[in-house]
Design a protein around this ligand. Structure first.
Ligand SMILES: *Cc1c(COP(=O)(O)O)cnc(C)c1O
Length: 490
């Protein structure tokens, strides 16, 4: 690689403009370079390239935490070299993860005695947590079917079409049929009645979402529980519920303590939550909590012996960092219930400020609910000249990252913009964003429409040349629409 060959010995002694010499040639992208470069140069080159990434704090596309207190940053840096899996060497870290599991299980109303240990595990995120929960359901269902002498080769799982991609991954990776309840106009979460209709003897669980990724709405877990109760009683099946509370698990207990969505409902057997979303920790931590020991089949647990004590583990990964576990413990004890409630109330209020500001423009329909994860999802009332993707593009010029995406079937004709409100998104920023959206709308009004005209109705077209024109317009339209895929939503 030319990179370091271009540097002569004499150049090395000049330090003032150190990195510029190393960037005269393109940076290595395919092969590791032959020679070393000074650490300062490596730092500057990489740091400079990273400047082109978006600003995480203005990334309104994501639920994932982008700010923590400096004291916690210190703890994170101090633990950056600790491998979580070395439980023998780092027993305190293991203990902190167990304390987090206990606290979160209590938060979700697990049926536990005051000093009883909860059943749960720290993971890399909700996706890993969901794989584990899904595996536990699958194994439990298989064991039951085997004991009954019935076939156990066609497991299925019932969800709404609004599920996060990790459920599709679970279904594909672990060979479980995914049965999705379709959405419809104006109703963007799983309909519990339709979900229970889809349940059969091969259903390993119904997955409900507390805080749909698409519009933040809470699904009606209580109704689902009650309907399943009836069906289970009638059929003798024991179809359980998993709640994907990736985003809502740290919202509902603080803002809607009366809402029954968790282990208060008897058919809820496991719950996942992302520590790195409203758990307020940087990316890399999630939790899976089971109701009881019986809900987590023993054969899935591996036992590691640490300091003479048995440490059960159930994860997909072996090695991983410890920092996130420590940071989660920090947040739980630093804020306490009171602190989390304050933060979540603040997020909710800021979401309402943004919502009201958007409503005042008269240009948008709001598709998120006031009760739910603090986010505002909205779509254009009039899409005849411009669409939500253009608004998303233009907001980038103001530094805002606001994704636009189409809804899943059968509401795929609906496009929404979504702004997630996190702890660090202040009232001032919310007001500023409304102003910038108004500016964008003003600029768009002054621009010619970028949308190709929709194809004319085929019946009215008679001449061959007209038919050809129609075909090419239709193709252009299709291409245009297809290019607008959902992206960057997590
Ligand atoms: C974010 C999210 C996930 C995936 O969680 P990760 O922690 O990013 O792995 C799953 N389900 C829902 C509802 C989510 O919002």
């Amino acid at each position: 690689m030319v990179l370091s060959k271009a540097v002569s010995e004499s150049d090395m002694s000049v330090h003032s403009t150190f990195a510029s010499r190393y960037v005269r040639a393109s940076l290595p992208r395919y092969r590791m370079p032959e020679n070393s470069i000074p650490k300062e140069a490596a730092y500057q080159i990489i740091n400079d390239e990273l400047m082109l990434d978006g600003n995480p704090r203005l990334n309104l596309a994501s639920f994932v935490t982008t700010w923590m207190e400096p004291e916690c940053d210190k703890l994170i840096m101090a633990a950056i070299n600790k491998n979580y899996v070395d439980m023998d060497e780092y027993p305190v870290t293991t203990e902190l993860q167990n304390r987090c599991v206990n606290m979160i299980a209590h938060l979700f109303n697990a049926p536990l005695g005051e000093s009883e240990t909860a059943v749960g595990v720290g993971t890399v995120g909700s996706s890993e947590a969901i794989m584990l929960a899904g595996l536990a359901f699958k194994r439990r269902w298989q064991n039951k079917r085997k004991a009954e002498g019935k076939p156990f080769d066609k497991p299925n799982i019932v969800t709404g079409a609004n599920v996060q991609v990790c459920w599709e991954k679970f279904a594909r990776y672990f060979e479980v049929e995914l049965r999705e309840v379709k959405l419809r106009d104006g109703y963007y979460v799983m309909d519990p009645e339709k979900a229970v209709e889809m349940v059969d003897e091969n259903t390993i669980c119904v997955a409900a979402i507390l805080g749909s990724t698409l519009n933040g709405e809470f699904e009606d877990v209580k109704l689902l529980n009650d309907l399943l109760e009836v069906k289970n009683r009638e059929t003798g099946w024991e179809t359980p519920i998993h709640v994907d509370a990736a985003s809502g698990g740290f919202i509902a207990p603080f803002l809607y303590p009366e809402l029954e969505w968790d282990f208060r409902l008897p058919w809820v057997k496991s719950i996942n939550v992302s520590g790195h979303k409203y758990g307020l920790v940087y990316a890399g931590i999630g939790w899976c909590i089971w109701r009881n020991k019986e809900d987590l089949p023993e054969e899935l647990i591996f036992h590691i012996n640490y300091l003479g004590a048995d440490q059960p583990t159930f994860t997909l990964n072996f090695s991983k960092g410890s920092s996130q576990v420590i940071a989660q413990y920090y947040q739980l004890i630093r804020h306490g219930f009171e602190g989390y409630r304050n933060i979540m109330e603040n997020c909710h209020e800021n979401a309402m400020v943004l919502k009201e500001g958007l409503e005042k423009t008269g240009r948008f329909n709001i598709v998120s609910k006031d009760e739910g994860v603090p986010l505002v999802a909205f779509s254009l009332k009039d899409r005849s000249r411009h669409d939500e993707f253009e608004i998303s593009d233009m907001l980038r010029r103001f530094g805002w990252i606001v994704p636009a995406y189409t809804m899943p079937p059968d509401a795929q004709h609906v496009t929404v913009l979504r702004v997630v409100i996190r702890e660090e998104f202040s009232r001032t920023l919310a007001e500023r964003l409304v102003l910038d959206i108004e500016k964008v709308m003003y600029q768009l009004d002054a621009l010619p429409s970028r949308l190709p005209p929709p194809p004319p109705p085929a019946l009215l077209v008679k001449k061959k040349s007209e038919l050809e024109t129609q075909r090419s317009v239709t193709e252009a339209w299709k291409k245009f629409v297809l290019a607008k895929k959902t992206n960057g939503v997590c």
